[in-house]
Ligand binder design. Structure first.
Ligand code: FAD
Length: 317
């Protein structure tokens, strides 16, 4: 079932969902299940599974370094299929521009269709570790909007090199990313919103936001988005701060601000356990306020660990 249909069927009730990251290569999928199991009592209608960019590794061959391209967390689609089957829940694979040719994307989407996956999250992806700026893969897309267009074309039976007349067209519901505090590369929030509008005009059905810790940023973003004619659901993404180091890491990696009160509370913590508790309480307050405002879904970034998400869900659902 489509994410947008779940939202419609909820009839104004806020839904619970979360995002997981595939385990590192060689690790067991059981680890993932162990983190999903405790969250299933909150009845997520869908679970997102991220995709990681490829990266270079250097292998020492008798003093000479051999540069190889690898993907440390493969398996997004396989995980989506196994979770869908095991928990009877919809899954949303994240599909990236970076690292994939258009043809590879097409094959991935065909597999999604065969597996009965109705939703995809269309993203550009970040620059690779060695790159300062995002560089499109040869034969791939430069911006998420182009990926949305490709998916929409498939929804109409138009493949890259063939038009197929079929009564079995894909019908993907397409999610895209939005940034309440602006995407790092965007010259201004309004420019970023215009780009978001382009993604929606190209066929995106809903938006999921980057994490934020100040709800006002989300509310302002939604108001502005509506002014720009973006009328699809805007799902807030919530990440509970979990360790003291997040005070530096989260702003650095995700280019977001942390509210002063949160920073002070975490700095006053003696250890990471206390910081984690502050993070949980902050996320509970955020979630309660968002729920009161009638957000369609509270979407949690689990980063592979579920105990804090469970504590938050217990307090609000
Ligand atoms: P785009 O929408 O393409 O935008 C990228 C930048 O280009 C923006 O600054 C935009 O304003 C600008 N822009 C867009 N179109 C144009 C144009 N025509 N001309 C000039 N500028 C333009 N990353 C992963 O690697 N894997 C994941 O699984 C993943 N999941 C995510 C989930 C969510 C909910 C979010 C919010 C982010 C996720 N990301 C993920 C991170 C994302 O890939 C990065 O933030 C990336 O840098 C931008 O992706 P995008 O889809 O927003 O790009």
């Amino acid at each position: 079932m489509k994410v947008t249909d779940h939202i419609e069927a909820a009839n104004g009730k806020t839904l619970f969902s979360f995002e997981i990251i595939p385990p590192k290569k060689g690790r067991s999928i059981q680890e993932l299940y162990d983190n999903i199991d405790p969250l299933m009592e909150f009845k997520p209608p869908f679970i997102d599974v991220t995709t990681s960019r490829e990266e270079y590794i250097y292998i020492d061959r008798d003093g000479l370094l051999d540069k190889k391209l690898t993907r440390m967390r493969p398996g997004t689609l396989g995980i989506c299929a196994s979770i869908k089957h095991k928990y009877e829940v919809d899954t949303v694979p994240h599909v990236l521009c970076g690292g994939f040719t258009k043809e590879e994307t097409e094959y991935l989407l065909v597999d999604c269709q065969y597996l009965g996956i109705d939703n995809v999250m269309a993203l550009r992806g970040d620059a690779m570790k060695e790159q300062k700026y995002f560089e499109p893969t040869n034969g791939g897309h430069q911006y998420a909007k182009e990926l949305v267009e490709q998916i929409q074309q498939m929804n109409c039976g138009n493949f890259l090199h063939e038009v197929v007349e079929t009564d079995n067209c894909a019908d993907f519901c397409i999610g895209v990313a939005g940034y309440p505090e602006k995407h790092i590369e965007a010259p201004s929030i309004t420019s970023d919103l215009k780009r978001l509008k382009e993604k929606v005009d190209a066929g995106a059905d809903y938006v999921v936001t980057q994490m934020f810790f100040d709800n006002h940023k989300y509310f302002e973003f939604c108001d502005l988005a509506r002014q720009y004619g973006i009328n699809v659901p805007i799902v807030p993404g919530i990440k509970p701060l979990a360790i003291k180091k997040h005070l530096q890491l989260l702003p650095q990696v995700f280019k977001i601000d942390l509210p002063e009160d949160l920073v002070d509370a975490v700095e006053a913590c003696k250890d990471s356990k206390a910081a984690r508790q502050v993070g949980v309480e902050w996320a509970i307050q955020q979630s309660k306020e968002l729920m009161q405002a009638g957000v369609p879904v509270l979407h949690f970034y689990s980063m592979g660990k579920s105990s804090n998400i469970k504590a938050i869900a217990e307090a609000i659902f």
